[in-house]
Design a protein around this ligand. Structure first.
Ligand code: ZN
Length: 137
C-alpha cells in the first residue's frame, strides 16, 4: 500500500484554492464533480502525493455532515492497493471493520472502499484501486 492522496473537507473549493495556490504555490490539475458522492473535487499535486479538496454538493453529502460535526479539515488518507477486493478481504480476516464491505466507484474512475475509523485510531482510511482500462480522464 502506498499513500496516494490526502482528502480535505472544505466548504468552498474556490476559497480554499486561494490558500493552496496563492499562498502555498500548488496548482490544481483537475476540478470535477462526483455526483455519486455528492461532492465537487479539486486535485492538487503537492510533490508525489495528491491533495484532494472535497466540497459538498448537497446537505446529504457525507462531507457536509463531516463539516457540520467537526469543521473543515483533514478528512481521510487514501492508500492505493493493487486489488481492492483482496485488500478488503484481508482486512476483514484480520478483524478490521469496513464501512464499505465491497468496492464502489470513486471520484476518478477508481474503485474505493473506506475502513471504519474505529479500527484505525480515529483516522478515516480509503483504499483505492486505479482502473486504467475504463478511465475517462
Ligand atoms: Zn479520497
Amino acid at each position: 500500500m502506498k499513500l496516494e492522496h490526502i482528502g480535505i473537507a472544505v466548504k468552498s473549493i474556490e476559497h480554499q484554492l486561494k490558500i493552496w495556490q496563492d499562498l502555498l504555490g500548488f496548482t490544481a490539475h483537475m476540478i470535477s464533480e462526483a455526483p455519486e458522492q455528492k461532492v465537487k473535487v479539486a486535485m492538487l499535486d503537492v510533490g508525489g502525493v495528491t491533495v484532494e479538496l472535497l466540497e459538498p454538493l448537497s446537505d446529504e453529502s457525507t462531507i457536509h455532515k463531516f463539516i457540520e460535526k467537526r469543521g473543515e479539515g483533514l478528512h481521510h488518507l487514501s492508500f492505493e492497493v493493487e486489488e481492492i477486493g483482496k485488500a478488503i478481504q484481508d482486512l476483514k480476516d484480520k478483524g478490521v471493520r469496513m464501512i464499505d464491505e465491497s468496492p464502489r466507484k470513486g471520484a476518478h474512475a477508481a474503485k474505493i472502499a473506506f475502513i471504519h475509523p474505529q479500527s484505525t485510531g480515529g483516522v478515516l482510511i480509503e483504499l483505492s484501486q486505479r482502473d486504467n482500462k475504463d478511465q475517462e480522464v
